[in-house]
Design a binder for this molecule. Structure first.
Ligand SMILES: [Cu+2]
Length: 186
């Protein structure tokens, strides 16, 4: 039964599909916030900050957040030698808010220690990380062309799929399914 209400529903659906394509936002490059030590926080309980850092990938733009009871600890940015010797810089200033945020602004090795008592030497409060350059925006696996793999036979409009972001691709899949669904109800 293809009456005028069916026709207007089709038009509405097509409009929605077009809107989904137009509105789909570009994939943002998200900065990650890392709470140092996760639930443990920044503490002199010999938490393994080396293992913690080893399981992460840090990029320029990401943030470290050192969480601790204010007054109990602090955070000094040091160099490699300061890290090895647990030695805070002579005239260096520490972070001490208990919720210290550090934005990683350049790639390379970074070292942080606690300057209170022997927390670095005997409490394990030393963190070394390697910051990688900002993650690329142009190519993601979903968007990269894969010439050697033939398109699956059920994929409509492969030329559009190859160039469009996954959200757009989803709109082209969802719209026909909705149309079929609606036509069975009409
Ligand atoms: Cu400390």
């Amino acid at each position: 039964m293809m009456d005028s209400s069916m026709g207007s529903r089709v038009v509405l659906l097509l409009a929605l599909a077009v809107a989904a394509v137009v509105v789909a936002p570009p994939r943002p490059v998200l900065a990650t916030e890392f709470v140092v030590g996760d639930e443990n926080g920044w503490k002199n309980n010999n938490f393994d900050y080396k293992a913690w850092a080893g399981s992460k990938e840090f990029h320029v733009g990401d943030k470290l957040i050192f969480k601790y009871r204010p007054g109990a600890h602090n955070v000094y940015k040091v160099d490699g030698a300061g890290f090895q010797q647990c030695k805070a810089p002579e005239n260096g200033t520490s972070l001490s808010s208990g919720n210290d945020e550090i934005t990683l602004s350049s790639p390379g090795k970074k070292w942080y220690i606690c300057g209170v008592g022997t927390h670095c030497q005997s409490g394990g409060m030393k963190l070394a990380i390697n910051v990688l350059s900002r993650q690329g925006v142009a190519i993601t696996p979903a968007m990269a062309p894969v010439p050697s793999t033939p398109a699956p036979p059920f994929t409509p409009a492969p030329s559009a799929a190859a160039h469009d972001a996954p959200a757009r691709f989803a709109a082209w899949i969802v719209a026909p399914i909705l149309l079929i669904f609606l036509s069975t109800m009409a």
